[in-house]
Design a protein around this ligand. Structure first.
Ligand code: PLP
Length: 264
């Protein structure tokens, strides 16, 4: 592989810290991040989705963010690229995050933290019954336990009373007292910094549309949980060239971690 080839450029790029420059249409936004960690495999492919019974003249295309990596796959990776870069820049030695017992965000955070040599503390919300019994080695919890994440279970009732922010703050306080340097990532990684992941995804989409020549999309449909994905897409599409050409509205629905685009 010659040093100048695209293949050579990829060697060593995964898990590396890179300087970040926002797209020109987002450069005026406050608090633009200066760095990001390369955690996912981008750009993710876009292909037509041959669904049955579509109205005549309607095409559905899918942007496969579920293919953004293996253990780290899905929409969470884009947010974590910015959040973990900030954690490392702040000198954190561990991260704390919060979610449901089978949260994809918590699993992705545990994997990303492991890659970057940070300890991971998860506050997982579940039924009172499972707090008292052990919830076992199932789904994302199995991955988190294999990775050695520290897990605190909290009942839905307690979670409702205390709230995710206060729960994370209590754990942060305890870790600080133990001499640790924790970095808190909110539910779903959905804060202003995490939102940059999907502002950046809009730039990726713009470039893919440009390269495709004539593919245009009218609507974008995306699953919505904590809201960071849709916030980044909505902001990015409003500011970017997608606004008039291809974006009419954003709807929320639950369908995997991929982004579905309609062309009517
Ligand atoms: C599989 C999947 N897709 C989409 C979402 C929604 O993402 P967000 O939390 O950014 O709204 C989630 C998060 O809950 C998810 O787990």
């Amino acid at each position: 592989v010659s040093a100048a080839s695209p293949a050579a450029a990829q060697i060593g790029s995964f898990l590396s810290k890179k300087p970040y420059a926002p797209p020109s249409w987002a450069s005026h936004l406050a608090l633009a991040p200066s760095h990001t960690f390369s955690l996912g495999h981008f750009p993710t492919p876009i292909h037509q989705w041959n669904l049955p019974n579509l109205p005549e003249g309607t095409e559905v295309w899918i942007k496969r963010d579920d293919l953004s990596g293996m253990q780290l796959s899905g929409n969470k990776v884009r947010k974590l690229e910015f959040l973990l870069s900030d954690a490392v820049a702040q000198g954190a030695d561990c991260v704390i995050t919060v979610g449901g017992i089978q949260s994809n965000h918590c699993r992705a955070t545990a994997v990303a933290a492991k890659y970057l040599n940070l300890d991971c503390y998860l506050i997982l919300r579940t039924s009172k019954l499972l707090v008292d019994q052990d919830p076992g080695l199932v789904g994302n919890l199995l991955v988190e336990r294999l990775l050695g994440a520290h897990i605190d279970l909290v009942s839905k009732e307690e979670y409702g009373k205390i709230g995710s922010v206060a729960l994370a703050d209590l754990l942060k306080k305890r870790l600080l007292e133990e001499g640790r340097k924790p970095y808190v990532i909110p539910v779903g990684g959905s804060n202003s910094l995490g939102t940059w992941g999907y502002i950046e995804a809009v730039r990726e989409l713009e470039q893919q549309i440009q390269l495709s020549g004539d593919v245009q999309f009218d609507d974008i449909v995306v699953a919505c949980g904590s809201g960071g994905t849709i916030a980044g897409l909505a902001l990015g599409s409003k500011l970017s060239s997608l606004k008039d050409r291809s974006m009419h509205s954003l709807f929320a629905m639950t369908l995997n971690t991929s982004t579905i685009m309609f062309k009517a």
